[in-house]
Design a binder for this molecule. Structure first.
Ligand code: SF4
Length: 226
């Protein structure tokens, strides 16, 4: 795929999801980091339900360290992998206080020093909390990029990210990340993508492959009607 083809795809997706945005509720970089950390293998909807109460109770790194690990686990137990996540949160808060003055750092390499914060989380925090352009590749961005041919099926997450960074203008990285997520979450879903009504079907090999049996069936029905 070249940048021109990507442009056409981005424009179509932008028309479909002009208001795409981060769906994790937060009011500062610290809350966003906690929310993204909690969102691994969990829906944003569930995270938002849990953080509604969590962010009332815990406002600063000190607050998360003032309770036992078991209490924090109880507070987030509706979320998958809550035991590991509670441990990461407390370790992260400890490091924030010891090394970063209790604040979330803005730099990517410093963010990834934080326990539980990988490249994707760092990209989300940098772009949404600090306005630094970044494309975080989550499961939706990965799947949609591959289906549309912006990346190869066996590309790693990092390869997908690098390819998108080349194809998309830097100033659009963050918005593209949100739009690809919305496109994947609400239209090009993992199990039942809406290929039959997809405005990108003509440009999508995966969609054509999926629609082939439908087209064949319709052709047969037409022949029978003649
Ligand atoms: Fe996704 Fe189907 Fe559209 Fe391709 S045609 S982008 S697989 S919904």
């Amino acid at each position: 795929m070249n940048a021109k083809q990507m442009r056409e795809i981005l424009d179509v997706i932008a028309e479909m999801f002009p208001d795409a945005h981060c769906e994790l509720n937060h009011s500062n970089p610290f809350e966003l980091t906690i929310a993204v950390l909690l969102s691994a293998q969990c829906t944003d909807e569930t995270v938002n339900k849990v953080t509604a109460g969590l962010f009332e109770k815990y406002k600063r790194p000190e607050d998360y360290l003032s309770v036992s690990l078991e209490e924090l686990q109880q507070d987030i137990k509706r979320i998958g992998l809550y035991r590991n996540k509670a441990t990461h949160i407390q370790k992260m808060c400890r490091l924030l206080l010891d090394k970063f003055d209790g604040r979330i750092p803005e730099e990517h390499d410093k963010l990834t020093e934080l326990p539980g914060v990988g490249r994707k989380t760092a990209n989300v925090v940098m772009s949404n909390a600090f306005g630094v352009p970044a494309i975080a590749v989550d499961t939706h961005v990965d799947r949609v990029s591959k289906r549309l041919g912006a990346a190869k099926p066996d590309d790693s997450v990092l390869e997908v990210e690098k390819k998108l960074m080349k194809l998309v203008p830097r100033e659009e990285w963050t918005l593209t990340h949100h739009r690809l997520i919305f496109f994947g979450r609400y239209h090009c879903k993992a199990q039942n993508p809406s290929c039959g009504i997809c405005p990108l079907l003509d440009r999508c090999k995966e969609g054509k492959r999926r629609m082939k049996p439908v087209r064949n069936r319709k052709d047969k029905e037409r022949k029978l009607q003649r």
